[in-house]
Ligand binder design. Structure first.
Ligand code: ZN
Length: 250
């Protein structure tokens, strides 16, 4: 049998913030945060992806037990104003957010010198109180069916530590967020693909023509230099990066 596709799990992941350790505002307007979270995830299906073209050629349902884990996470909250200022349709904004998070995960694992699987990602709504908790499923369904589109009001883009209790990835990411954002920007803009690929914002799906463009538009806002940040010379930042690489923390 000639199999020209691979399967990818469709995972439903929900993150609940248990405790904020540190939080600071960044350009955007946005915020960077790290703290304790509860991650609930479940594989609900799979999709078949064609090699080379990354075309989605089929899907199926699976029912695996739900998994719950207490761990730590670093996240960025995109505030309402940032999203409303983006001159893109709702569906483009949504795919742009997921594409951006995919690229952030790649860059974060490079900076932390860990495996991509050591980090997990999820998008959720702030504030993630039980009453207003949004479900990943609604948004992943929305990616394929615009009729089900539901807009994030103020999305939290989570990069969580994929080990129970956390093994120390979140605080370093919080510290080097500036480097993380700028390197992610470089990664996406330097990628020669047209609509996204596994090396930048993830495999391009249907209706994802603008994923790269929107991800870069969000990053441009997050990387806007503010006075208090611009006083840090480039050399000091590379030193900070080297130190972080060497110590894996702070
Ligand atoms: Zn690419």
């Amino acid at each position: 049998m000639n199999v020209d596709y691979y399967t990818d799990a469709i995972r439903y992941t929900q993150v609940r913030v248990l405790e904020v350790a540190e939080e600071a505002r960044i350009a955007g307007p946005a915020a960077r945060v790290h703290g304790d979270v509860l991650v609930r995830s479940q594989v609900v299906g799979f999709k078949k992806i064609k090699f080379f073209t990354n075309e989605n050629i089929g899907a199926g349902k699976l029912e695996l037990p739900e998994n719950e884990m207490h761990t730590t996470a670093f996240w960025i909250t995109l505030e309402r104003q940032l999203l409303t200022e983006l001159p893109y349709a709702l569906s483009d904004r949504q795919t742009g957010i997921f594409g951006l998070l995919y690229a952030l995960e790649s860059m974060a694992s490079l900076l932390l010198m860990c495996d991509r699987r050591d980090l997990g990602t999820a998008v959720g709504e702030r504030p993630p109180s039980p009453g207003v908790e949004s479900e990943w499923q609604e948004f992943s369904a929305a990616m394929t069916d615009p009729a089900e589109m539901k807009e994030f009001f103020e999305p939290n883009l989570y990069l969580y530590d994929a080990y129970p209790g956390g093994i120390g990835f979140s605080e370093p990411l919080y510290r080097v967020h500036g480097i993380l954002l700028r390197k992610t920007q470089e990664l996406i803009s330097a990628c020669p693909c047209e609509q996204g690929c596994p090396s930048c914002v993830g495999p391009a799906g249907e209706k994802c023509e603008k994923t790269k463009e929107v991800a870069l538009a969000i990053l441009a806002k997050l990387c806007e230099t503010r006075l208090e940040e611009s006083v840090v010379p480039e050399r000091a930042e590379s030193r900070a990066e080297t130190r972080m690489m060497a110590e894996g923390g702070n």
